[in-house]
Design a protein around this ligand. Structure first.
Ligand code: GLU
Length: 300
């Protein structure tokens, strides 16, 4: 979209309605909202509710209420991911046709057992940026006939990206090593043109048997469908950008720029979690705090 000959920036805040909003969310929402205003861009709100077991309508209603109370407004209708599974299914199908994903039947116990058998001290086994042990590759090289048999038997599985193959393919498509532009800062000061380091996540889960997507796939597809030009979010999600860049190239989607922001921490220096009640927007409001107080508390 054009405005005075310049491209209109599109930004979004994309919370998951699986808890009440806290100061960390207020920081993220205001960061996106104020940046959009500064750039004379558009601000979208997206509800990331693919985890139908954990997301609740009252949490979603509270998101609208809390953000409106903070003084934000956003374009309507709001995109709710649970209404768009067909879009993610189509993307997954493309990745399957490219032979870059494989079904993985491993239970958590099988993964722990495989790590125990590896001869490497489990405490030294590498973990991904979310703290989960890197996938030890069980089921990766299984014959297609055997994989099909297990799927027909009705066993539970997840679709994993064969990350090494996916990166090789993506680099072949792009004709260069993959990078992205960071306009803010990653958790280790990464800024400017950053090189994709996919090994950090290993063979990441891209979809599940019952839900044809994961956070990584849905966020990548949606940012493209919604024309997001500048992705803003907390630094905890900086490494996820490596996965998102690979998916963008494989799926032929446009490349947004990124601006990751610092995380709000509690008084003990810990990252806020959904259970951090004293930092909850509802609690703070009930205790008499105003939107201006909240802005000050998160640095706006
Ligand atoms: N839904 C994600 C969360 O609540 C944020 C997604 C994103 O900004 O990329 O943490």
């Amino acid at each position: 979209m054009q405005e005075n000959g310049k491209r209109t920036e599109v930004l979004r805040f994309a919370p998951s309605p699986n808890g009440w909003l806290h100061l960390g969310h207020a920081c993220s929402a205001l960061f996106a909202y104020e940046t959009a205003k500064e750039l004379h861009g558009r601000f979208l709100l997206r509800i990331e509710d693919i985890d139908v077991g954990r997301c609740r309508p009252d949490y979603e209603a509270a998101i609208y209420e809390d953000l409106a109370w903070l003084g934000l407004d956003w374009e309507k209708p709001v995109r709710r991911q649970s209404e768009h599974f067909v879009d993610y299914e189509a993307a997954l199908k493309r990745l399957r046709e490219m032979n870059l994903v494989y079904p993985c039947f491993a239970t958590r116990k099988e993964i722990t057992d495989a790590i125990a058998r590896s001869g490497i001290d489990p405490r030294n086994w590498p973990t991904d940026p979310d703290g989960a042990p890197l996938y030890p590759g069980i089921y990766k090289d299984m014959a297609p006939a055997e994989l099909n048999r297990m799927m027909w038997e009705g066993r539970n599985y997840a679709w994993r990206l064969d990350t090494e193959r996916a990166l090789t393919k993506a680099e072949e498509i792009a004709g260069t090593p993959l990078t992205f532009v960071e306009e803010g800062e990653g958790p280790n000061g990464e800024t400017g043109t950053c090189t994709v380091e996919p090994a950090l996540f290993g063979d990441v889960v891209i979809a599940r048997k019952d839900v044809p997507t994961s956070y990584h796939l849905a966020v990548t597809v949606d940012d493209a469908i919604q024309g997001v030009t500048l992705v803003t979010r907390g630094q905890d999600l900086f490494p996820a950008t490596y996965v998102h860049r690979i998916l963008q190239v494989l799926l032929g989607l446009p490349e947004p720029r990124y601006r990751h922001h610092r995380l709000i921490r509690d008084t003990a220096g810990r990252r806020l979690s959904k259970s951090a009640r004293d930092m909850g927007l509802r609690e703070l409001r009930a205790a008499g705090k105003t939107p201006a107080d909240i802005r000050r508390m998160v640095g706006f």
